[in-house]
Ligand binder design. Structure first.
Ligand code: ATP
Length: 358
């Protein structure tokens, strides 16, 4: 799969969302959302609680109808398509398994509803269970499965219906942290192996960065940026995205003659003039134990060891209190609270510039 420089999709669109708005009473929950998802792509809708992610997913699935705009699947308008005829499969947050049916019964349920004959159901259920490695548990009931196994049943139940698009609403939220990480990798690998197109909903930025080919970052019903995880992280479109996708420091600086001079003396080219806000990620600042007169200096306020890295809060001129993350080995290892330090931006190319007051 190739992506354009702007993170735009290259290839055949399976799903096209055109200017979709959804209004509940006085609340505009979706505000002119447009998005295009290509064959085999994994796209994540990312944003804080209440920003409209689930509503957009529900509109794609047909559980809600847009008040304005269109949703096309394989170039066909979905509005006239009844919910049960839409070529989509939904994996819900709660998995919504039937407790009185076995694993095989749950997975075959949709096929039975569609009137598939017994032999066809058995064959397709067996194939779906094999895909998610649950063939040995076909006769078990959901209450006797682990969280991860229940999720795999929920996925198999959708896969067996061979949807064009897989829709997953916070599918990992019921799992503990360790299992969540392994299921994320497992599910991504499975979707890629089957060449499926999938849309995930999550409010967890790490999950979005791990899982996705592209991320659509939402705020109050609007899509703020659609891009590859790397672009969203390295070049966030605005301060909101910068802050939501990873930790960030914002420096209030001045742009003059097409550039901004950082507190360490390095320059960043700027299309803006006057007061600007420059974003620096915590891992893009190097700390040194020997501050130089006239250089960018600071004092370590707090430090916290988090596995392989140390997080520092550094009081500095030209930046208020900064967050800095350093590997526990190397130059910054062992800097103690109260130490005077030098600061340097490691790569100014990764310091996006925003207008003040945007
Ligand atoms: N049927 C409804 N009637 C009225 N308001 C609704 C309805 N469904 C959703 N909303 C409101 O729309 C907004 C967006 O809800 P939505 O569930 O899409 O957000 P979300 O980003 O998925 O949040 P979460 O992560 O908490 O699920 C919320 O303010 C919610 O209260």
């Amino acid at each position: 799969m190739a992506f354009g420089k702007d993170g735009g999709r290259v290839g055949r669109a399976v799903l096209e969302i055109e200017n979709v708005s959804k209004i509940f009473g006085a609340l505009t929950v979706l505000d002119r959302c447009s998005l295009s998802v290509s064959e085999g792509e994994i796209l994540t809708l990312l944003g804080p609680s209440g920003c409209g992610k689930t509503t957009l997913l529900r509109c794609i699935a047909g559980f809600a109808a847009p008040d304005k705009g269109r949703i096309l699947i394989d170039e066909r308008d979905t509005v006239p398509m009844p919910v049960n005829r839409r070529p989509v499969g939904v994996v819900f947050q709660s998995y919504a398994l039937f407790p009185h049916l076995t694993v095989a019964g749950n997975v075959g349920y949709g096929l039975r509803m569609r009137g598939t004959d017994r032999a066809g159901i058995d064959r397709r259920v067996a194939a779906a269970l094999q895909i998610v490695s649950l063939d040995s548990l076909a006769g078990r009931y959901p209450a006797h499965l682990s969280g991860g196994q229940q999720q795999r049943v929920a996925v198999a139940r959708v896969l067996v219906l061979e949807p064009r698009i897989l829709l997953l609403d916070e599918p990992f939220s019921a799992l503990d942290a360790k299992l969540r990480t392994s299921m994320q990798m497992e599910l991504r690998e499975l979707i890629k192996r089957l060449g499926m197109t999938a849309i995930f909903v999550t409010h967890d930025q790490e999950e979005a960065l791990t899982l996705s080919d592209r991320i659509a970052v939402m705020r109050r019903g609007r899509i703020e940026q659609v891009d590859t995880p790397q672009e969203v992280y390295d070049h966030p479109a605005n301060e909101y995205v910068a802050d939501f996708v990873g930790a960030s420091n914002i420096l209030d600086l001045e742009a003059r003659d097409g550039r901004v001079v950082l507190p360490d003396g390095q320059c960043v080219p700027s299309k803006r003039e006057g007061a600007v806000r420059v974003m620096v990620r915590p891992h893009n600042i190097a700390l040194g134990a020997t501050p130089e007169a006239g250089g960018w200096q600071g004092t370590i306020r707090h430090s916290r060891h988090v596995g392989s890295v140390t997080e520092y809060a550094v009081a500095s001129f030209g930046g208020g209190e900064l967050r800095v993350v350093s590997m526990r080995i190397g130059a910054a290892a062992g800097l103690s609270e109260g130490s005077a330090v030098s600061l340097r931006v490691i790569d100014p190319a990764f310091c996006p510039i925003y207008g003040a007051g945007e």
